[in-house]
Ligand binder design. Sequence first.
Ligand SMILES: C[S@@+](CC[C@H](N)C(=O)[O-])C[C@H]1O[C@@H](n2cnc3c(N)ncnc32)[C@H](O)[C@@H]1O
Length: 207
Amino acid sequence: MQNINRTDYWQKIYQQKSSDSVSWYQQQASGSFQLIKKSASCLTDPVIDIGSGASVLVDQLVDAGFSQLSILDISAAALQISKHRLAGACKDIEWLVDDVTQFTPSRKYRVWHDRAVFHFLTIEQDRRAYVAALKQALMPGGYAVIATFSIGGPNQCSGLPTVQYDADKICMALGDGFTLLDQMTENHITPAQSTQSFSYFRLKKNS
Ligand SMILES: C[S@@+](CC[C@H](N)C(=O)[O-])C[C@H]1O[C@@H](n2cnc3c(N)ncnc32)[C@H](O)[C@@H]1O
């Protein structure tokens, strides 16, 4: 998918649907929150959420006291929903409208989180660009928390094809430079009451 179409595609979704009706909606981003907390050494560690959409993960991180948050999405409309919901609590957050495959980080992060973005990258060139941004963004010893559809999980989402991962496949996709620390699966129940199997991977960037 070309970049311009990708941007339009996601913009329309957030402009046309309510954020609690999309299939990936979670009332609480418990798995992500737990793995981010496990990775951060203190509340001032810089954390970036890639393809945040309108997820309440940022609310949970703010409530927990994380003070250096960057929230990135290709859709400005998605970020607007979160900003509006957070109101005054979002003043110290860095909001980035960008395509992760073109993202040039301007700082280093301790934790990179992505739930349900990497698995949309079906083209090798896009996956390589993602990994380059990830490596550039993470400080040595930093952590990547990446959640994708599991092997046997959905092979599409929101009308787009997806790639399914297990531990070996995600390690292959990320290449050298990361050590897999944890993995867990989650059966996500969509607002339409179907079940989607997600795998969460926590990896450490080698120093
Ligand atoms: C399935 S949603 C997941 C949203 C959120 N992470 C969650 O778990 O609720 C995928 C999100 O990634 C964003 N996205 C898709 N492709 C992207 C890209 N190439 N760069 C940045 N964001 C992207 C979409 O706008 C959308 O918000």
